[in-house]
Design a protein around this ligand. Structure first.
Ligand code: NAG
Length: 652
């Protein structure tokens, strides 16, 4: 801790393979601290530093400082969420890579300037409204389950329209705003509500159209300022390397393409498809996360294939999966975390309990790999994931729990940290969803899911003083009363798993209670957006207490749970909660150049992180859109979403 407190600049958003920050001069005080650290931990620190070959060519004092701090973490806090290269290991191991920078909020949020623009845009919009035709991708026939991209749909393409839409949505007065923007071309919309009156249906439709405009705003800005790069920096308005590094792999394009399809954004879909066809090659020499590459790239491509039937997507998915194969060359078949797609070398994170593989990473390949075998006829992918599954099925589990780290060489668990959030999460999700994807024929997957959930219920499920249900973290026999934003997906999961469980009513109720808890974590903040993690103790309930857990980076998990709860219960409150999130996103995360994460959900006018995560387009906006759509759009008896919200078709 002493090491950390001496280096306050690096307490947050120190992610990814860090881009050394040349702006900051090393101060004297920090030099002394570093010397101290060096003397005390020199050997280990340098060991940790040189563990990262991709950093060797980027040595700087700032970089060094991070490594020293993080090496300290590895020694003292073996479960610390910060990696030696500055990754907060976080995030279904969604290892984030916000470079260090400072955004002057006044530069962007110039209220006066902005209001003037909004008003001008409104005026313009009134004039243009007659020509503004909104996209409606819903088929007229409710029974059509995969949307045809409708040629008749004419997106609002006039540049003046586009600009005015963007600015208009910045309004705080959303209801008024909606009336202005959403009453075009309503005559042609399918009936939205099975359970509501006409006015509810109208309101839902307006909300859906607002989400569509949000997608358009995110996508158009990515296209304008960062096309081909992995992600967009919406404030500085250029490409962002993201977790996939500096090689432009078009992560946002691949992650968003099925969302474009589902929303009926035909022109954008075609452009994205064309880019993938011509440019997506995976040839650069960079270490890629097997897990992230699978859920975003392979998952996105497979979904695009399933929705559109275009073989090109299938071939690209196979090409990428083949490049990841070296990761599986371990004695147990448990893959390592990273592969260099050029050299074929693979390795694990140094911070992961001394080079262990991570449960949520190697446990979240099954859906994509089994579907890939199904559509290519090549069973090698299925063999790889069945080997993992069988290994996990047969290995001894401490009290039925699955710890987060496993050594791929010895086959032993590395320690006993168990989590429904970061490092665990999507492993449980994939057990349930594998059962669903196989048309409920893979009974082993269901049995393992039931066993894992039962053990976590017994050991980790808690009810707080004020009656909120949450999954705590389990660490070496002790509970840490913290729930990650990531763990909020579990409400939707247990509800989705209710049918087929020993007690459907109980699990549906549990899903509802977790949804309520996660909603509280949003509702108890100033921005009405939820923190990265929230805690429960004598004085705190469902709020972040640590500064480095107060950020929100456009994550989907809470909205994902609202989506499942809406589909499964049809209770209006879930749509209303989702709408609250839309309003908060519009108010705090929307900037002229896209959507950005924020650094403290408890502050009004929070600082912004200047990253538009690809999962915002892949997941957050998709689930929002689907909440306000009819159930016939991606119905749950036909589709299973991977953990990046890419739908795969259930085997019939
Ligand atoms: C529960 O699952 C069964 C078997 O798959 C299915 O027939 C039934 O419709 C499901 N019930 C609900 C409420 O979804």
């Amino acid at each position: 801790m002493a090491v950390e407190s001496g280096l306050p600049n690096f307490q947050r958003y120190i992610n990814g393979v860090p881009v050394p920050n040349g702006r900051k001069m090393l101060r004297l005080r920090e030099k002394y601290i570093i010397m101290l650290v060096l003397l005390t931990f020199g050997t280990v620190c340098f060991g940790a530093f040189f563990f990262l070959p991709d950093l060797r060519d980027r040595v700087s004092m700032d970089g060094m400082r991070k490594h020293l701090r993080d090496a300290g973490n590895v020694i003292f806090f073996p479960h610390a969420r910060i990696g030696p290269d500055g990754h907060p290991i976080s995030d279904k191991a969604k290892i984030l890579r916000h470079d260090e920078y400072n955004i002057d909020p006044h530069r962007i949020d110039d209220k006066v300037r902005l209001r003037g623009k909004i008003e001008a845009a409104w005026e313009q919009d009134k004039k243009d409204k007659a020509s503004l035709v909104l996209v409606d991708p819903l088929p007229k026939d409710n029974k059509v389950e995969i949307m045809e991209i409708n040629n008749k749909v004419v997106p609002a393409e006039k540049p003046s329209d586009k600009k005015s839409d963007e600015l208009k949505d910045l309004s705080n007065d959303k209801q008024k705003d909606d009336k202005k923007i959403n009453n075009a071309d309503t005559g042609d919309v399918v009936k939205m509500e099975q359970h509501g009156d006409k006015s509810t249906a109208d309101e839902t439709e307006k909300r859906r159209e607002t989400v569509l405009k949000m997608m358009r705003h995110s996508w158009d800005n990515y296209e304008t300022y960062a096309w081909g790069a992995n992600e967009l920096r919406p404030i500085s308005r250029h490409g962002h390397a993201s977790i996939f590094g500096n090689i432009p792999l078009g992560a946002t394009i691949v992650d968003a393409i099925d969302t474009l399809y589902i929303m009926g954004m035909k022109k954008e879909f075609e452009k994205a498809k064309d880019w993938i066809d011509k440019n997506l090659k995976f040839e650069g020499s960079s270490d890629l996360s097997v897990f992230e590459t699978n859920i975003r790239f392979i998952g996105g491509l497979l979904s695009a294939y399933a929705l559109s039937g275009d073989e090109m997507f299938k071939n690209k998915a196979k090409m990428i999966a083949d490049k990841l194969m070296p990761a599986f060359n371990t004695p147990t078949g448990i893959p390592q975390s990273m592969v260099n797609v050029k050299t074929g070398s693979s390795r694990n994170w140094g911070w992961a309990s001394g080079g262990c593989s991570i449960l949520s990473e190697f446990g979240s390949l099954h859906l994509e790999y089994s579907y890939l075998s199904q559509i290519t006829g090549d069973k090698i992918y299925m063999d790889k994931v069945m080997k993992i599954r069988n290994f996990l099925q047969n290995i001894e589990k401490p009290q039925g729990l699955y710890p987060n780290y496993l050594n791929p060489r010895t086959g032993k668990w590395c320690q006993t940290h168990v989590s429904m959030g970061a490092l665990g999460d999507s492993f449980y999700e994939y057990l349930l969803k594998t059962w669903l994807l196989t048309g409920k024929t893979d009974k082993d997957a269901r049995t393992m899911y039931d066993g894992a959930i039962k053990a976590m219920e017994d050991k980790m499920l808690q009810i707080s003083k004020d009656g909120l249900t949450y999954f705590a973290e389990y660490k070496s026999g002790r509970l840490e009363h913290k729930m990650d934003h990531l763990a909020c997906f579990s409400g939707g999961m247990v509800a989705l798993g209710a049918n087929g469980s020993s007690d459907p009513t109980k699990y549906l109720h549990l899903g509802a209670e977790i949804a309520r808890t996660c909603h509280e974590s949003y509702d108890r903040s100033a921005t009405k957006l939820g923190p990265e993690a929230f805690r429960f103790d004598d004085s705190t309930q469902a709020k972040a207490t640590r500064q480095n857990e107060k950020y929100y980076i456009l994550r989907p998990e809470v909205i994902e749970t609202y989506f499942y709860m809406w589909r499964l219960t049809k209770e209006q409150k879930y749509r209303d909660w989702a709408w609250e999130a839309v309003q908060a996103l519009e108010k705090w995360c929307r900037v002229e150049g896209g959507y950005t994460g924020i650094r403290d959900v408890y502050q009004l006018n929070p600082n912004k992180d200047d990253v538009q995560q690809s999962f915002f387009l892949a997941e957050t906006l998709k689930y929002l859109y689907l909440i306000f759509s009819d159930d016939s759009v991606i119905p749950l008896h036909k589709w299973v979403f991977n953990t990046e919200a890419h739908p795969l078709p259930i085997k019939s």
